[in-house]
Write a protein of this length. Sequence first.
Length: 303
Amino acid sequence: MKRKVGIIGTGHVGGDVAFSLVTQGICDEIILIDKQEAKAMSEALELRDMASLTHSYTKIIANDFSALSDADIIVMAVGPETLLREDRMEELIETSNAVSEIIPKILATGFQGIFVNITNPCDVITTLIQKLSGFDHSRVFGTGTALDTARMRSVVGEALQINPKSVAGYVLGEHGESQFVAWSTVSIGAVNITDYKTAAPLDLPALKDAVRGGGWNILTGKGWTSFGIATVTAQIIDAILTDAKQVFPLAVFSKKWDIYIGQPVLVGAQGIIGISEPNLTDAEQNSFNISAEVIQTAFNSCK
């Protein structure tokens, strides 16, 4: 099977996704598309320069929409012109217009694979992609709170001075300001974080703020964020191409709210295999509902 991935948008995020896929040997062919064709071509040229240095060979194509026709996955990584925005919802008008223009071009190629969306506001744009494409909900999803969950594990790991890989649990809801840490799901060695013995009591509200503010701290320092989301996206793509049946907290469709929102899901070759609904506390469920309302209101504003 030819493992073929298209990336729409070759800015910092799209470029780093391509880099991650190539260096890890996750796919056989990558198609790079950008409205600035010179940018996509430059990224392709640099990735080709690595061909003799990587573990496996990846064919790189630039600026050819027709090559998307038989792609397994298309990653939507379109970004706004102005990056330094505290609330991802501020990007909605610009990114929704861009996506509304791109999706018909993709469909015209005959593409029948899986859409993985990174473009912000992630949950709203993922909802828009599904509505515009008409694809089954299982074949359209966003990176959602996967990066936020990784940040939470990093923050908790640092607070406890343990490897973040030893921290389980999820950030749920919107990939944005209304996200929340579902502390009832967070554990270390099967012990819930509220019962985990520490020298001093953990300040969970402070940890939550550190998780939510992590992206902004990176953004204000270097001007963009890309390493984390690129790594997350590469893992998701690998799970699809290998039929890994692996759990990620992604932006997936909620029948109740008729929008996409961050929840733990099982991912395999067909896309979303199933959605896990953890037993949340009443306060967490309320936070989830508030987050869903934020996404729903934002989506309604761009119809």
